[in-house]
Design a protein around this ligand. Structure first.
Ligand SMILES: *Cc1c(COP(=O)(O)O)cnc(C)c1O
Length: 499
């Protein structure tokens, strides 16, 4: 299996190189040149596998240059019961009649990013070895909160790697910030940016393609890679849980093999929902892909009109990991929906860079609206949904998951669709205790610190506090730098002792 750049189909590399590079030198994203299939027979065959074995099976179709032993090593090192608080790795919960929650936050940082970022360091170090790169890999991360911590946890003290994380100063929750600035490890750096997530992301992207920086890095015996979902190594682990959930629901008799299953995803950078699309294209009978946004609803508008317009007010919401106006992974979808037309993709993304806007062709619009439903809700609706789920079902969910539930309820009302549905639950409610308690009308009136709130949420929800969050209380704050976007380049060079 080879991987091509979305902006130049003649660039062709194996998966190890795609993962090691992170992004193609032309600014495009790597995509597999064909989507491997999985038959109903194969799905049935996965029934008696563990999550880890299912993962290795799916990876063997995409990472064909990795040996079976390498894939076993990567999966068995990543999906352990030390890192995850459940043997199932991804949990399924039955919410109501036809609706199931896919809980993807049982990993060490309590957000779904762990599903990919626990394994990416193993993919990456294995790839570097296979390619005889003999270079230190420098990971640059732009984060809206959850990726940063998950990447730091995944890469801390991994030999031959160094990781730097940039987050928007005002754009993450107290708990997210606390998780990052207390990060342990000798190869980690965390830095706040005076700006929003898009500033962090575009800053990192510019550094990645800055020829002077790349040269300095090369001379210093280093090379960049990315742990953001532009890296294929982030995407492919996310396909696994859609495959695995389908098998589990079929085995539990909730669906029959072959029945369609809708998937709802609270979306930001379009990575998680794109993975569901890949699972569907492989042959998992996924029905409608429901893309849920908060008031930063650039994707809702895009799915409904075919016009992607990032020139709009940016809102800081109670679901900060979805506060994104430029969804990078849409590029992969558009490459596929245009029939792998690299020239068209280049044109669209040049327009986006220059004008902040693009419009797709009529055939692409038609495919978009056939495959996807886009919806959004505001903070008040998000909170009302948290309260409603808690009252009606005793289920406590975080603010991002609540957006997905609300959009699904709207979708059902609008379409009357009764097909069984899987809702991706992307973070532990304890990561967003303030908003979740506020939604339930349980926020203390007296001033309380975030750990008192965690304790309060424990009492209200009856859920156990994740061990990793409880442990933060006694950890030292290590990283206090806060810089302008324009200073990022210099900061990176300095940190790597290259200037
Ligand atoms: C990252 C994140 C999202 C958005 O996922 P994308 O793959 O960027 O679309 C949603 N919810 C939570 C909690 C997240 O951390």
């Amino acid at each position: 299996m080879f991987y091509k750049s979305t902006r130049n189909s003649s660039i062709r590399v194996e998966s190890a190189a795609a993962i090691a590079k992170g992004i193609s030198e032309d600014g495009g994203l790597f995509v597999p040149e064909s989507i491997p299939s999985i038959s109903m027979e194969e799905l049935r065959g996965l029934a008696d596998h563990t999550y880890t074995q299912r993962a290795a099976y799916v990876f063997s179709k995409y990472l064909t240059d990795f040996t079976q032993a390498e894939l076993r090593y990567c999966t068995e090192s990543a999906y352990t019961t030390e890192a995850f608080d459940t043997e199932n790795i991804a949990e399924l919960a039955h919410l109501f009649d036809s609706t199931y929650m896919l809980e993807l936050w049982h990993g060490p940082t309590c957000a779904f990013k762990d599903m990919a970022l626990q394994i990416l360091p193993y993919f990456l170090t294995t790839a570097v070895k296979k390619l005889h790169m003999d270079r230190k890999v420098v990971i640059l991360v732009a984060t809206s909160g959850d990726t940063g911590k998950a990447a730091l946890e995944g890469f801390k003290d991994v030999p031959g790697t160094e990781i730097m994380v940039f987050y928007p100063e005002e754009g993450v929750s107290d708990m997210q910030k606390r998780q990052m600035i207390t990060q342990e490890g000798d190869n980690v750096t965390v830095c706040a940016i005076k700006g929003n997530f898009d500033d962090c992301q575009s800053g990192v992207k510019q550094i990645f393609t800055d020829t002077a920086v790349l040269q300095a890095l090369d001379q210093g015996g280093m090379a960049f890679s990315s742990a953001n979902s532009i890296n294929w190594g982030r995407l492919v682990p996310q396909i696994v849980y859609y495959v695995s959930s389908y098998v589990l629901l079929a085995e539990a008799g909730e669906i029959q093999y072959g029945d369609p299953l809708n998937v709802v995803v609270p979306t930001g950078n379009f990575g998680n929902i794109l993975a569901a699309y890949y699972a569907k294209q492989m042959g998992v009978p996924i029905g409608k892909l429901i893309c849920a946004s908060n008031v930063n609803k650039v994707l809702t508008d895009f799915i409904r009109t075919g016009v992607y317009d990032s020139n709009r007010q940016f809102y800081a919401t109670v679901s900060p990991s979805m506060d994104i106006l430029i969804s990078s992974n849409l590029e992969r979808l558009l490459y596929l929906l245009t029939g792998e037309d690299d020239a068209q993709v280049r044109e669209l993304f040049t327009a986006l860079a220059e004008t902040g806007l693009y419009e797709v062709s009529e055939p692409v619009k038609a495919k978009l609206s056939e495959l996807f439903y886009g919806g959004f809700c505001d903070d008040a609706e998000t909170k009302a949904t948290i309260a409603q789920l808690h009252q009606a079902y005793g289920y406590t969910c975080d603010t991002h998951t609540a957006v997905a539930v609300k959009v699904y309820q709207d979708y059902q009302k609008e379409t009357g669709d009764t097909i069984k549905t899987l809702i991706a639950s992307t973070a532990s409610p304890f990561k967003f205790s303030t908003s979740v308690l506020d939604a339930m009308g349980e926020l203390p009136t007296a001033v309380a610190d975030e750990y008192d709130l965690v304790e309060q949420l424990h009492e209200v929800s009856g859920l156990d506090v994740p061990q990793s969050l409880a442990a933060l209380r006694s950890k030292e704050r290590r990283f206090t730098a806060c810089i302008d976007k324009s200073e990022m380049r210099q900061f990176v060079l300095q940190q790597l002792h290259l200037s």
